[in-house]
Design a protein around this ligand. Structure first.
Ligand code: ADP
Ligand code: MG
Length: 268
C-alpha cells in the first residue's frame, strides 16, 4: 500500500501550500487516476511519493518503507516513476532505453535474466519488433510505450506516471491506457497515473482521486467521481455528465459546459 500520511509542502516558506495535509491510501493491484486542474499539486504529490521531493510535513510509507528515510536502492525496488519531462538522447535505441530499467538491479552488467525481463517488457507494450529503432524514429505513442517498458522493466510493485498521454492522439492514448491496465491485471503492478482527461480516467481506472489547491477533494469509483456536483468541487466549473452504456461521460467540451456557477464563464 502507498500510505500518504498528512503530507504538506510549500515551495517557498512564505508561499501557499502546494500540498495541504494530503492523506491518501492507495491499495495494491489497482489503477488509480489522479485528476484535477493545472496547479492542483498532482505532480508535486507524485514527487513526494517517489522521494524526488521531501515534504515539509508528513511522510509517505510504501509497503512499510518510509521513502524519505530509506536508501535509494530500497526505494528503487518498490517504486518506478515516469515523469512528465522525459528528455533522453534521441540517438538511443528502444532496447537500450528499456535496459536502463534494469540498472537498479544489475548496476550496468545485465545478466541473462535481466535480458529476459527487458524482452518481456518490450513484448508487454507491443514494441518487440521496434527494439532496435532509435527513439527519434518513433511516433509519440510508440516512444511513450518504450518509456513505459523501461519503467515496467524495473519490476517494481508500484508504477507512477505523470500525464503519459500528453500529445498523443486518441488511438495512441487508448493503447497506452491498455498497457497500464494490463500491467495491473496481468503483471500485478499497482499503477498511479496523472491524467488530464476525466473520461480517460473513468474508462480505465479503478479509482479516481480528484485534487484541487493541494488537497484531495474527491475519491471514489469512476461513477462516484464523474458527477456534476463532484466535478464542480474538483474543477470549480459546471460539467454535464451523461451515461453511455452504463458508464459516466463528462461533456466538458460542450459550449455550455465549463461555465462557473457564479457566471464567471471560466472554461474547463
Ligand atoms: N519547483 C517549483 N517551485 C515553485 N513552485 C512550484 C514548483 N513546482 C510546482 N510549483 C507550483 O506548485 C503548484 C502545484 O504544481 P504541480 O504539482 O505541478 O500541479 P499539477 O501537476 O497538478 O499541475 C503550482 O502552483 C505550481 O506553480
Ligand atoms: Mg503536473
Amino acid at each position: 500500500m502507498i500510505h500518504v500520511d498528512h503530507v504538506s509542502h510549500a515551495y517557498t516558506p512564505s508561499g501557499p501550500p502546494v500540498l495541504d495535509d494530503v492523506a491518501l491510501d492507495i491499495t495494491r493491484g489497482a489503477v488509480t487516476a489522479l485528476v484535477g486542474p493545472n496547479g492542483a499539486g498532482k505532480s508535486t504529490l507524485l514527487a513526494a511519493v517517489s522521494r524526488l521531493l521531501g515534504p515539509d510535513h508528513g511522510r509517505v510509507v510504501v509497503d512499510g518503507v518510509d521513502v524519505a528515510r530509506a536508501p535509494d536502492r530500497e526505494v528503487a525496488r518498490v517504486l518506478a516513476v515516469l515523469r512528465q519531462d522525459t528528455r533522453l538522447s534521441a540517438r538511443l535505441t528502444v532496447v537500450d532505453l528499456v535496459r536502463f530499467g534494469r540498472f537498479p538491479h544489475s548496476g550496468g552488467r545485465l545478466t541473462t535474466a535481466d535480458h529476459e525481463v527487458v524482452a518481456a517488457s518490450l513484448a508487454h507494450v507491443g514494441m518487440a519488433d521496434l527494439r532496435d529503432r532509435y527513439l527519434d524514429e518513433l511516433s509519440g505513442g510508440q516512444r511513450q510505450r518504450a518509456f513505459i517498458a523501461m519503467v515496467l522493466a524495473q519490476e517494481t510493485p508500484y508504477v507512477l506516471l505523470d500525464e503519459p498521454l500528453n500529445n498523443l492522439d486518441m488511438e495512441h492514448a487508448a493503447s497506452v491506457m491498455r498497457v497500464l491496465r494490463t500491467a495491473a491485471d496481468d503483471l500485478g503492478r499497482t499503477v498511479v497515473v496523472v491524467l488530464h482527461d476525466v473520461n480517460m480516467a473513468a474508462a480505465w481506472a479503478d479509482d479516481v482521486v480528484g485534487m484541487r489547491d493541494g488537497r484531495v477533494v474527491a475519491r471514489g469509483r469512476p461513477a462516484e467521481v464523474l458527477r456534476t456536483d463532484v466535478l464542480r468541487e474538483v474543477f470549480g466549473i459546471e460539467i454535464p455528465v451523461v451515461t453511455v452504456d452504463g458508464s459516466p461521460v463528462a461533456l466538458h467540451w460542450l459550449p455550455r459546459a465549463g461555465r462557473h456557477p457564479m457566471g464567471v464563464g471560466q472554461r474547463y
